[in-house]
Design a protein around this ligand. Sequence first.
Ligand SMILES: NC(=O)c1ccc[n+]([C@@H]2O[C@H](COP(=O)([O-])OP(=O)(O)OC[C@H]3O[C@@H](n4cnc5c(N)ncnc54)[C@H](OP(=O)(O)O)[C@@H]3O)[C@@H](O)[C@H]2O)c1
Length: 242
Amino acid sequence: MTQQKIVLVTGATKGIGREIARQFGELGWIVLVGGRDLARAETVVKELAADGGEAAAVRVEVTDETSARQAAEWIEQQYGRLDVLVNNAAIIPEGDGPVSAVSIESLRAGFETNVLGLVATAQAMLPLLRRAEAARVVNLSTELSSMTRVGDPESRMSTVFTTGYNTSKAAVNMVTVMLANELRSEGILVNAADPGNCATDMGGWDAPRTPAQGAAVAVRLATLPADAPTGQLHAEEGRLPW
Ligand SMILES: NC(=O)c1ccc[n+]([C@@H]2O[C@H](COP(=O)([O-])OP(=O)(O)OC[C@H]3O[C@@H](n4cnc5c(N)ncnc54)[C@H](OP(=O)(O)O)[C@@H]3O)[C@@H](O)[C@H]2O)c1
């Protein structure tokens, strides 16, 4: 089995996910570029290979449990284990809006990708993570998931009315804490990362932070030492309140 560390990043075809993949490539890891569109994942693999990294494309459509299972089977055949899973894939659902007006369909779509998709991917990859020496799971979250921040009328977070996105990411936080509790005795750390508002399709191209700055938050949590915290939400400046 290879000594090189292996990471799977979901939604690595663009934005912060692509940057997370690139930063792991710089660290010398084998990068599994997860994408629902395999051809676009292959394009990212070529970019990483051009920079001298080792990478492979893996089709992961997080809303399709079969795809996550097939990805896990392929990773097992190729590498026999997984050191880090970065659950990055997410959406702001179409038609998201305030509680008074958001469509139930939109809420459902947000939960389908951001929560159910994340859990399905984690479940599929867990046997492989358990075979690693010091596995880590990082779930991409957001300040908009923080009830403390959204509940503070002085905070900019209280002025953003994306119910599907905020509530699904709050659920991601709970999944993070619960999975961290479940895996604590096995030495697998599970944390949530807030990349901050980054310039991507999701974050808006006038956002103040670069995808590289956002990605660095996730990469740091994915490479924490054994005595580091688990079950927490961190941004660049440190721990965020729930
Ligand atoms: N950008 C920000 O300001 C910001 C702030 C806080 C948190 N975040 C979080 O950071 C993460 C990355 O955000 P981003 O700004 O990079 O978003 P993005 O540019 O919209 O990229 C999202 C990625 O997720 C993939 N994806 C969406 N639905 C998927 C599905 N069903 N199956 C598999 N992949 C799927 C997309 O694939 P396609 O290319 O195929 O669509 C894309 O690769 C997200 O979890 C987001 O919530 C972002």
